[in-house]
Design a protein around this ligand. Sequence first.
Ligand SMILES: Nc1ncnc2c1ncn2[C@@H]1O[C@H](COP(=O)(O)OP(=O)(O)OP(=O)(O)O)[C@@H](O)[C@H]1O
Ligand SMILES: Nc1ncnc2c1ncn2[C@@H]1O[C@H](COP(=O)(O)OP(=O)(O)OP(=O)(O)O)[C@@H](O)[C@H]1O
Ligand SMILES: [Mg+2]
Ligand SMILES: [Mg+2]
Lengths: 247, 247
Amino acid sequence: MKETISIVNQKGGTGKTTTSVNLASAMVSEGMRVLVIDFDPQGNLSYCFGVDPDGDTIANVLKGDISLKDAIVVSESVHIVPANISLADLEISLVAEIGREFYLKKALDTVEGYDYIIIDCPPSLSLLAINALVASDAVVVPMQMEVMSLQGLNQIQSTIQKINSSYNKSIYIKGILPVMVDHRRNLDGEVEGFIKENYNIPLFESRIRTNVRASEAPSFGKSVISYAPKSNSAMDYINFASELIKL
Amino acid sequence: MKETISIVNQKGGTGKTTTSVNLASAMVSEGMRVLVIDFDPQGNLSYCFGVDPDGDTIANVLKGDISLKDAIVVSESVHIVPANISLADLEISLVAEIGREFYLKKALDTVEGYDYIIIDCPPSLSLLAINALVASDAVVVPMQMEVMSLQGLNQIQSTIQKINSSYNKSIYIKGILPVMVDHRRNLDGEVEGFIKENYNIPLFESRIRTNVRASEAPSFGKSVISYAPKSNSAMDYINFASELIKL
Ligand SMILES: Nc1ncnc2c1ncn2[C@@H]1O[C@H](COP(=O)(O)OP(=O)(O)OP(=O)(O)O)[C@@H](O)[C@H]1O
Ligand SMILES: Nc1ncnc2c1ncn2[C@@H]1O[C@H](COP(=O)(O)OP(=O)(O)OP(=O)(O)O)[C@@H](O)[C@H]1O
Ligand SMILES: [Mg+2]
Ligand SMILES: [Mg+2]
């Protein structure tokens, strides 16, 4: 019953990391066993969970230094494989390798016992993101309801199509998650309407509202579920976890 | 008197493109001759200026198909070299080339007559960003006053130091520009204070406040200076342009 989900959006700052952290934490509080892979050389997810950036990382795993199991650290009962800048060099060295798109998939195939594996992706559709997609069953696209955010949707769709026809016959977009939503702005409703009319991609029911607690939590090395459990952002992510688990 | 400025931040969604578009437009309204290079395969800057994404782009220039001069299009009196997804393939093909860090610099050396050249960079510190830095006199770092944004500052500093010691002896960070500022939030003031105490990087006087007009403008293919000249964001960018020109 394991499902591997990539959190993807090549547009920057669309709440990918915030969603990876809080979705994982919310799922665990619903009794799920969850593994999160920090797959961004920026290492933001690792920072959000208060993980030491200088230990073993996913780059060491993909290089073959250690097994994935041995790279796992635990925070808030979430299992995490950290990342740091060494992942950027790893990506460059991978470019020349045969089967370069399958390195993450092969590593994830060595572990079992998880209900969900979540992969936090960088703001690009380069080789790292391709590895994440090839290794995944489904994709969640966190999106700001902004004009500039619409720009990237076509590219995400065509990337998934290419992966479907070459490497991973069954990956699909589970849905778009509107994040940093502000219901007072007309723009949010307009962008949402535009997506429903022009794209054949499901929109989740859940909405993640803008809430300062979500951006404060990382400085305490905690998810917002743990840092501010009664806040809007904690409630929103718990709703989203329930919606996702029921699908 | 030409100065080439890279708009850099490997953290996503920190207002790099919004700053590149509106700084360029504001400088032109102050009588400057400005060239902007869209250097992100997402092509957001090109979209913001209403430029056709399927014409000649900076990728064609770097491949040697056409001269930089012939790739220039004009919008709001700003000279623009567009970009689209072909820049991503160009980056990959550049990895193996000798002198791969100097391709943009060589292209920019073929034009003259500009007071400022502005380069809009992608959310990464990969080969494209390195080309931009090697070609630049100075760097502006637009930053949200958020905990997660602080994460990247060390990396930017060490990247600039490495470039100084290898390729471009004189590039420096002109300053950090706080963007999407919300004075009602305590977090903004705390992050600003943290930067002043812990980093030896200048903070500009100007502040770019959060203002929905800035995010509406792109759907009209205009800068916010042109779309909503009396809005807070237009005023803030005009202030910033004056501050920069006087430095
Ligand atoms: N619901 C929210 N309310 C308020 N702030 C938020 C919310 N979600 C995210 N943020 C803030 O917005 C910024 C961007 O979020 P985040 O880093 O999660 O995006 P990202 O897509 O992972 O960025 P990148 O493209 O750099 O990987 C961060 O400073 C984060 O704290
Ligand atoms: N001052 C502002 N007020 C309101 N919204 C803003 C402001 N500046 C930028 N935005 C919005 O925030 C989002 C991110 O801005 P922008 O695309 O300029 O950042 P970026 O750093 O270029 O992102 P990327 O890392 O993807 O290149 C966009 O939707 C933009 O319209
Ligand atoms: Mg992230
Ligand atoms: Mg941009």
